[in-house]
Design a protein around this ligand. Structure first.
Ligand code: AP5
Length: 222
């Protein structure tokens, strides 16, 4: 029998590089990237009911109520493409109550990756971050400047990337993370995110390869 597709959770403070690493993981492993931040931003920009409810929280760097986010994520996890290709969940669960919602439905990843970066670096990464609305690609004014003038001219800044809002997002993160980790203690892997994105990816890559190898060994034995 074919081994089950990979199921991955990636977590870490704002701007620790979750989105950046997810792009690289998706390219290599073909998993479906489910980012609650991206899903919510899409709802906001298309002006849906969810978007209208979420906007105020997001723009001010506060968490959107659990119920809204959970109702968005859980159905996505059971769609066909996700069941076939596997998933990487980015930005969820973010509270202990969100983790418990998944546990109740017996939705558990094979591995939980926690990216660790010092606060002062996170603040600089947020304030310098820009996004290309056409390709969705993430840039940084000094770390990863855009390739040409055309892209540079259309880059946008997220409303929650101001110094003040980043500080409150960091505080919210610190307040919640300790209550989530015990649920995933047995599959927790901390990764130093204060290195080049290629080096960070090299470590994540080898962690995922190991998980995949173990899974196929178990399948063969079964
Ligand atoms: P979300 O979009 O999840 O924001 P976040 O967790 O704050 O994470 P970020 O997107 O800011 O950062 P990232 O870790 O992806 O870093 P990136 O790769 O971009 O959530 C936004 C909002 O939505 C929340 O505040 C909340 O309101 C709501 N929300 C979402 N999920 C929710 C949930 N479950 N419950 C309730 N509310 C929810 O990198 C950052 C920058 O650094 C970039 O400029 C990048 O180019 C640069 N960079 C990346 N890697 C490196 C590196 N190795 N070296 C140097 N620079 C780097």
């Amino acid at each position: 029998p074919e081994p089950e597709p990979l199921k991955v959770m990636i977590s870490g403070p704002p701007a620790s590089g979750k989105g950046t690493q997810c792009q690289m993981i998706v390219e290599k492993f073909g998993l479906v990237h489910i980012s609650t931040g991206d899903l919510l931003r899409a709802e906001v920009s298309s002006g849906t009911e969810i978007g209208k409810k979420a906007r105020h929280y997001m723009d001010n760097g506060m968490l959107v109520p659990d119920e809204i986010v959970t109702d968005m994520v859980v159905p996505r996890l059971s769609q066909q493409d996700v069941r076939e290709k596997g998933w990487i969940l980015d930005g969820y669960p973010r509270t202990s109550s969100q983790a418990q919602s998944l546990e109740k439905m017996k939705i558990r990843p094979d591995i939980y990756i926690l990216i660790v970066v010092p606060d002062e670096i996170l603040i600089d990464r947020c304030v310098g971050r820009r996004m290309d609305p056409v390709t969705g690609k993430i840039y940084h004014l000094t770390n990863f400047p855009p390739e040409n003038e055309e892209i540079s001219a259309r880059l946008i800044t997220r409303p929650d990337d101001t110094l003040e809002k980043v500080s409150s997002r960091l505080e919210t993160y610190e307040k919640n993370i300790e209550a989530i980790l015990p649920t995933y203690q047995d599959i927790l892997n901390k990764v130093d995110g204060n290195r080049s994105k290629e080096l960070v990816f090299r470590e994540i890559d080898s962690l995922l390869l190991r998980v995949r190898e173990n899974a196929s060994r178990t399948t063969k034995l079964a």
